[in-house]
Write a protein that binds this ligand. Structure first.
Ligand SMILES: Nc1nc2c(c(=O)[nH]1)N[C@H]1C(S)=C(S)[C@@H](COP(=O)(O)O)O[C@H]1N2
Ligand SMILES: [Mo]
Length: 269
């Protein structure tokens, strides 16, 4: 069995599980279209036709994208000799300084919101969960790329620990840094993704980079890797994960620090 398979509960095949789940996600609107897609989806010509059909719902389009789910993975020899840091390179708060001094022994990842069992996880607890290593290319919207090796726990594992409650649709990442210094904290970095990307097998909470602990400049002790989207979605310095039914209530209402400043929420590569 593929240990990275996102759906492996009971006797249900991954395909059935995904269909049921996506059908629920479509909340009725796209359900009819989805039922049709399931029968046709293995035919590439049909895929192409469907992809171009404007009347498809968002959920059905995501079902098609799920047919080519993995971002490309590379080999050790492809690793970039230099992987630059971008945005914040160190949160400038007393709390973060204290965490750094203890080498993150006192760090806790909070998981709350629409979950059955809110969590407060130490780095050791996160490292004790299933681990995954992947070598992928990071693409920043500013026009640079770099290939790095990431080690971390699949976000799906952490979400399963907490257990999603009905109504859960988004996973919001709260970060320790303020990219823009403000009096009211509105410059704090945050991001959000939907459940399809949250349960993607390459979506990790990474604590390791290129075979070492995640460096401060790259988001220590924990950062998101979501490999089919652009650099600004890869939230660094994650301190809290909130499961929610919406993100309009947060920040500028667009789902992320850069989204609030005009960037796309879905930053597909
Ligand atoms: N918390 C936080 N996460 C962040 C940023 C940031 O400034 N703060 N910058 C984003 C951008 S635009 C990019 S390209 C990547 C850069 O990751 P790196 O520093 O590991 O290269 O982090 C993203 N995640
Ligand atoms: Mo970026």
């Amino acid at each position: 069995m593929n240990p990275n398979a996102p759906f492996r509960k009971g006797a249900t095949t991954p395909f059935q599980a995904r269909r049921r789940w996506l059908t629920a996600l479509a909340a009725g609107a796209g359900a009819a279209a989805l039922a049709g897609c399931d029968r046709l989806v293995h035919d590439e010509r049909v895929d192409a036709t469907l992809r171009s059909a404007e009347k498809l719902t968002f959920a059905s389009q995501r079902l098609l994208l799920a047919q080519q789910p993995l971002a490309r993975e590379y080999g050790e020899r492809d690793l970039s000799p230099v992987f630059r840091s971008n945005g914040s390179s160190r949160p400038e708060t007393a709390e973060y300084d204290a965490l750094l001094r203890s080498n993150f022994a006192d760090y806790r990842l909070r998981v709350d919101g629409l979950v059955e069992r809110p969590q407060s996880l130490s780095l050791a607890a996160l490292k004790a969960l299933r681990t995954r290593v992947q070598i992928t290319r990071h693409d920043c919207v500013e026009g640079w790329s770099a290939i790095g090796k990431w080690q971390g726990v699949p976000l799906a594992q952490v979400l399963d620990l907490a257990g999603l409650r009905p109504g859960a649709r988004y996973v919001i990442f709260h970060c320790a840094d303020e990219l823009v210094k403000t009096a009211d904290g509105s410059g704090r970095y945050y991001e959000s993704i939907d459940l399809l990307d949250a349960y993607h097998p390459q979506t990790l909470l990474a604590y390791g980079m290129n075979g070492k602990d995640l460096p401060v400049a790259h988001g220590a002790p924990l950062r998101l890797r979501i490999e089919r989207q652009l650099g600004y979605k890869q939230a660094k310095y994650v301190t809290r994960i909130e499961v929610a039914d919406a993100f309009a209530q947060l920040g500028g209402g667009k789902g992320g620090f850069w989204e609030d400043r005009g960037y796309e929420w879905y930053a597909g590569i």
